[in-house]
Design a protein around this ligand. Structure first.
Ligand SMILES: [Zn+2]
Length: 868
């Protein structure tokens, strides 16, 4: 495992010395379907130059075996130059060619070349996933984003397969010696980074279309389109809808960026056991196949998929065409794509709630992350690859995008786009840093952005904005916004400039709470008087950050909170409602108000929340509040009330509506910890209970089995019978979860062993097993607290970072009750966590980061329990 964690300084040294020109990569996966074959032949030929001949550099290759290395025609002794994941190249010439042949290994962790066998039909599928640095698990290369090159891929695979890569297929030929095998040759790409190269191979279902347009300047564009998914999912694959969105997106971004789509074709593949939402490989984007909806999906799931589709498409320009120099600026491409993903859905599709969902869900992720002790400035210090891997987080994506939204409010949309266009033109196929973007935006807007960047990008934490009104009976003194902002990392006060709106809401004649006034203003210091509100009658609801322009936690003033708690469902505007939900949730999370108050608001106003994305989000929050924030003494009653409400609203919801699905899923999920409604849920399974319009499909059935199993009401043979009904990959995961959820000491011991000690489980089955294991009463999990802390270092050292992260995060003993008379910091799990942190000061930073974050989540929950 030595050297896998490439340092920024080494990367900088390497790119100062060498310039890469081209890669020619041949992969032979013809035996992939044979489970006894664990690797494949990989050969790379790289042409590169060296600024200082005679010097040395190194290649990255995490291989099963390296067979041969030729540098400038001379064979090198493998044993002498291979050191762990590196291959040393000495005595470089001005122009060099290196050829490396080896055996690379198939992956089960989603890193590198992932191999998946479909349980439904036994077919074998391959895809690759590299970011930040796993191309080196597939072929030898210089693995860093600023060593771009042209790539030519060749793949040997079974003749009946579909094979795709970044470039179009240039040639395909059957081997005369072996007609069952064919060779695919792909067109050479433009200059790009290693982490966005890709290969897809398997008996995938493929749909084709194309998009053509003439740009404003007369440039004709014709982009071939393809979509892939596993053959066994083809029936559920709504390719026509995906093509429609794809064309709308291409139309939108080509015009917006004023730079023709740079990568020729545009393929999108939906692949199994994927570690993230999607990846922006130029010309061949890969997505999680959970976006192929095999069970009933809500409108918000469709919208989330469209958002991801637009996000990846925006990356074709921002990230792929122009790429960060090093992972410090990972945020730059992710924030931009996240902002553009939402803008694309808002502008190029029929959905009009994209920014509402952004406010309610995406920002909530950032707010949570930004209050952890491990938060960091948006512009982060990323000294090495492990740090990069840990930074695919709520700060990099959602806070960054929120801050870009604030930047758009600050400089104006036109200037923002003009600056972006210039940036693409100036840096096409190159690498940049933040400075380059700021320069382009400053030039376009005529504003110096240095101060803005320092306030927003180089500090951590979140401003809290609250309202002070001169008097509480209406027509009196000034209305003041008070900003409170302490950087959780440095402890310094960091007051930021906010461009925001303050909305006044009052009841109209029909009893609806509508906006009667809106003032746009700049808030900068600790106290800012809102112009135009002094002396005015106090509105029923005063909403700071109306329209969600800035990134801040907003506290409602007492009068406004009273209005919201009595009349949230009367607020006509979906964005204003979403912002009020967020304010209530933050207040509960912070222990400012009892968690029960939030749950009560959800049961009272959830049924009339028209936005399905918002409803699903607040139902999730309410579940978390019940299970973790409400103290043990009141939890059973709160849970039962919540269940009764879920059951009632399930009956009352419109047949076949998304709301019906949301309440059904909630009823099943909350029933994992309470048996009251299990007879009804079992009735749904066996058809003796029918809820008009509700599809009891595979996803809901497994949710119900999970609840039954967790309450000791599902026998293994019943779960096996369900698996026979549903032999899909998601069925297999649902089965693993339900099996591990059974409240039995031996079951828990076996699940623990499989997850922590075994290496058989793939990434997805590992998470499924952990989900089942952790669904349990505290007494059953108490014996695992000590083994958990005991296994951490070993797990981190011996498993891949993806698998290790899932184990460390997933098995932390997070569900704890605060015993009476105990302060949160003295809870036994808190003490044990602190002892581990103290004894393991030398543990890898990324591992300590996960433990610190879980500790913080636990402390917050225990503190909230004190409040309620
Ligand atoms: Zn992205």
């Amino acid at each position: 495992m030595s050297h896998e964690n490439l340092q920024r300084a080494e990367a900088a040294q390497r790119s100062a010395l060498i310039t890469t020109h081209s890669y020619d990569v041949s992969l032979d996966v013809r035996q992939a379907a044979d489970p006894s074959v664990d690797g494949y032949t990989s050969r790379t030929i790289i042409n590169f130059s060296a600024a200082e001949p005679g010097h040395s550099t190194f290649l990255d290759f995490i291989a099963g075996d390296v067979h041969s290395i030729f540098l400038n025609g001379k064979g090198l002794a493998v044993a002498d130059v291979v050191d762990g994941s590196r291959i040393r190249l000495d005595n470089l010439q001005a122009e060099n060619q290196v050829t490396v042949t080896g055996t690379a290994l198939y992956s089960r962790s989603g890193e590198g070349m992932h191999r998946f066998v479909d349980p439904a039909d036994g077919q074998c599928y391959l895809y690759t996933q590299y970011e930040p640095a796993d191309a080196r698990r597939v072929f030898a290369n210089f693995e860093q984003p600023d060593l771009k090159a042209e790539f030519t891929f060749h793949v040997m695979a079974p003749s009946g397969w579909e094979v795709a890569s970044n470039g179009v297929e240039a040639a395909r030929s059957q081997l005369t010696s072996d007609p069952d095998t064919s060779r695919w040759d792909f067109a050479t790409t433009r200059h790009m980074s290693t982490y966005i190269t890709t290969v897809l191979a398997g008996p995938y279902f493929k749909a084709q279309d194309h998009w053509s347009a003439t740009l404003d300047d007369g440039t004709p564009l014709d982009v071939p389109l393809a979509l892939y998914c596993r053959a066994s999912m083809a029936e559920s694959f709504d390719a026509a809808e995906l093509f429609r969105l794809t064309k709308a997106g291409l139309e939108f971004f080509n015009r917006l960026f004023d730079f023709p789509y740079p990568w020729g074709k545009y393929d999108q593949a939906f692949v199994p056991e994927y570690n993230l939402g999607a990846m922006e490989n130029p010309g061949l984007v890969t997505f999680t196949e959970s976006y192929v909806f095999t069970s009933r999906a809500t409108d918000s799931q469709y919208q989330a998929r469209a958002n991801t589709l637009m996000h990846e498409m925006a990356h074709m320009w921002f990230g792929d065409l122009v790429t960060m120099q090093w992972w410090d600026d990972l945020w730059l491409k992710e924030s931009f794509a996240d902002y553009m993903g939402t803008l694309g859905v808002d502008s190029a599709t029929d959905w009009d709630t994209a920014w509402v969902n952004f406010a309610n869900k995406r920002k909530a992720w950032a707010y949570v992350q930004d209050q952890l002790p491990t938060t960091h400035p948006i512009v982060a210090d990323i000294p090495d690859l492990e740090a990069a891997k840990q930074n695919f987080d709520g700060i990099t994506y959602a806070k960054g995008a929120s801050v870009l939204k604030q930047l758009v409010a600050y400089v104006g949309f036109e200037a923002f786009i003009a600056g972006s266009r210039q940036y693409f033109r100036d840096h096409a196929y190159g690498n940049t840093t933040l400075e380059d973007l700021l320069k382009a935006l400053s030039a376009a807007s005529g504003r110096d952005l240095a101060g803005w960047a320092a306030s927003w990008l180089q500090t951590s934490g979140i401003s809290t904005l609250s309202v002070e009104a001169g008097a509480d009976d209406g027509a009196a003194g000034a209305v003041t916004i008070v900003q409170d902002a302490v950087d959780p990392v440095t402890g310094r006060v960091e007051l930021r400039p906010h461009r925001l709106r303050v909305g006044s809401y009052n009841f109209d004649a029909d009893g609806a709470l509508v906006r009667t006034g809106s003032i746009e203003t700049d808030v900068s210091g600790e106290r800012t008087d809102v112009p135009g509100l002094a002396g005015q009658p106090r509105p029923a609801l005063l909403l700071v950050n109306d329209d969600d322009l800035t990134y801040a936690k907003v506290r409602l003033d007492p009068a406004s909170e009273t209005t919201v708690l009595a009349s949230l469902d009367r607020i006509a505007d979906p964005m204003a409602r979403a912002l009020c939900w967020t304010a209530l949730w933050n207040s509960a999370r912070d222990g400012e108000t009892p968690a029960t108050r939030y749950v009560d608001a959800v049961t009272a106003f959830g049924p009339s929340e028209t936005g399905i994305g918002v409803l699903l989000n607040i139902l999730d929050n309410a579940q978390a509040a019940v299970e973790r924030y409400i103290p043990a003494a009141g939890r059973n009653a709160a849970r039962r009330d919540f269940l009764a409400a879920a059951d009632q609203h399930l009956q009352l919801a419109d047949p076949g509506s998304d709301h019906q699905v949301a309440w059904a899923r909630t009823l099943a999920a909350v029933s994992r910890h309470d048996a009251t409604f299990l007879p009804r849920l079992r009735g749904l399974l066996d058809g003796t209970v029918v809820v008009d319009g509700l599809a009891v499909d595979a996803e809901l059935r497994w949710n119900i089995w999970h609840a039954l199993a967790a309450n000791g009401q599902a026998a293994p043979d019943e779960l096996d019978a369900e698996l026979e009904r549903d032999t899909t990959a998601s069925g297999r995961a649902g089965h693993a979860t339900a099996l591990a959820a059974r409240p039995d000491r031996e079951v828990k011991a076996a699940a623990w062993k499989a997850a922590v000690e075994g290496t058989e489980l793939s990434n997805e089955l590992l998470s499924a097993t952990i989900a089942g294991f952790t669904t349990a009463p505290p007494a059953l999990l108490e014996p695992y607290v000590e083994p958990y802390f005991g296994c951490l270092r070993g797990v981190w050292d011996n498993r891949s970072i993806e698998i290790a992260s899932r184990i460390v995060r997933g098995l932390y003993p997070l569900a704890q009750d605060l015993p009476a008379g105990t302060v949160p910091e003295r809870h036994p799990v808190m003490l044990r966590t602190d002892a581990w942190l103290e004894a393991n000061a030398d543990a890898p930073r990324a591992l300590r980061r996960i433990i610190l974050e879980q500790r913080s989540h636990l402390l917050r929950a225990l503190t909230a329990q004190l409040r309620s």
